[in-house]
Design a protein around this ligand. Structure first.
Ligand code: SF4
Length: 351
């Protein structure tokens, strides 16, 4: 549509009051809310990141690129990107010998939390503007949440590649809703505040940051324990330490994540599986896993994926007390579990 046709189409369209949109989002359970103009994002960082192979096996990152970068590709006449955050908080101190499970994954799967609340939010916004068209996503489709969060003033992208809010640190998850209506006031982009700090870069167990703010998934423990369904590379395995699902190393050291931060959303509170150690996870029966993992992100890698990770973790943290369990798992009918247990036994024997 040319500019004059577009402005005619928008001549009679209502502009939404930003305070009402914000209030509706908060009432639906989003503690963090930002509003950005729906203008296309810069193509270059994503294309460069993909070209360097940093997406590893995340094939979806190579798809639907126009949708990721231009909200108008998913909502004709898109005007606003509403960025929404739900904190999971840092108040949960894992019981020793955790942290086997990253903090975001210890409670209910955040995808469900965002989807439920976005459904309600869409209804609330349609009470303000019945003809409103929207597109909502959390970790799928047009999901450049971090770039939009920075544009919407919700936080800044730190050298660890995560969005950091002055109020909540980086302990929150994000989703987006594209609206085909403008609002009467937008948030300003958030300035980057890392300064000379490089604690996260130095704390990364696998040196997964080729440059500040850029993550090479091929080295990232979070990628390997959550997304990699194949073999974990030999150079990554010994770096797992106690981690079984996800990694918080770059968040735990960040100065913005220290001190008195607001508590996490109560519905994202940790569940029993979130507190187990690698040895306890490796010993779970399938029935126990089914019961404990229902509704949590651990479902994503299933029973065998979690046991594989737990065995690999025991390879770097286990000892004599874990050998009987690992010997049993070395005969597991699932080859990835048996191979991981055999590897762990060899690592323990060499210490
Ligand atoms: Fe930025 Fe330092 Fe936090 Fe890394 S640890 S994200 S460099 S403030």
């Amino acid at each position: 549509m040319d500019k004059s046709a577009e402005s005619r189409a928008w001549g009679s369209v209502r502009v939404l009051p930003a305070p009402e949109v914000r209030a509706a989002a908060r009432a639906c359970g989003f503690a963090l809310v930002g509003l950005a103009r729906a203008e296309p994002l810069d193509l270059r960082p994503l294309v460069d990141w993909l070209a360097r192979g940093y997406a590893a096996g995340l094939r979806a990152m190579h798809q639907r690129i126009p949708e990721r970068l231009d909200p108008a590709a998913v909502v004709p006449l898109a005007r606003t990107v509403l960025v929404l955050g739900i904190p999971y908080g840092k108040g949960d101190t894992a019981t020793p010998p955790a942290p086997a499970i990253a903090r975001y994954a210890r409670g209910r799967d955040y995808h469900y939390a965002h989807r439920d609340r976005m459904r309600k939010l869409r209804e609330s916004l349609r009470e303000i503007e019945p003809a409103l068209r929207t597109y909502a996503c959390v970790d799928s489709g047009a999901a450049m949440e971090k770039a939009w969060a920075e544009r919407a003033g919700l936080g800044f992208i730190g050298k660890n590649g995560l969005v950091i809010s002055r109020s909540h640190g980086s302990w929150f998850t994000l989703s987006l809703m594209v609206l085909d209506r403008a609002v009467d006031a937008y948030d300003s982009p958030h300035p980057r505040l890392c300064g000379d700090c490089r604690k996260c870069l130095d704390a990364c167990p696998t040196e997964a940051f080729p440059s500040p703010g850029v993550v090479d998934a091929r080295r990232c423990l979070s990628y390997h324990t959550v997304e990699n369904h194949g073999d974990l590379p030999a150079e990554v395995r010994p770096k797992l330490g106690p981690r079984v699902f996800g990694c918080d190393a770059c968040q735990e050291v960040c100065p913005f994540n220290q001190g008195d931060l607001p508590p996490g959303d109560p519905r994202q509170a940790p569940r029993a599986l979130g507190h187990l150690s690698a040895a306890e996870i490796a010993a779970l029966t399938e029935a126990q896993f089914d019961e404990l993992s229902t509704g949590t992100p651990m479902r994503r890698i299933r029973y065998d994926g979690l046991r594989r990770n737990a065995c690999l973790s025991l390879g770097s943290t286990g000892g004599e007390k874990d050998q009987a369990l690992l010997r049993r798992l070395a005969n597991d009918p699932v080859s990835s579990v048996a191979e991981a247990a055999s590897w762990a036994l060899r690592e323990i024997a060499m210490r």
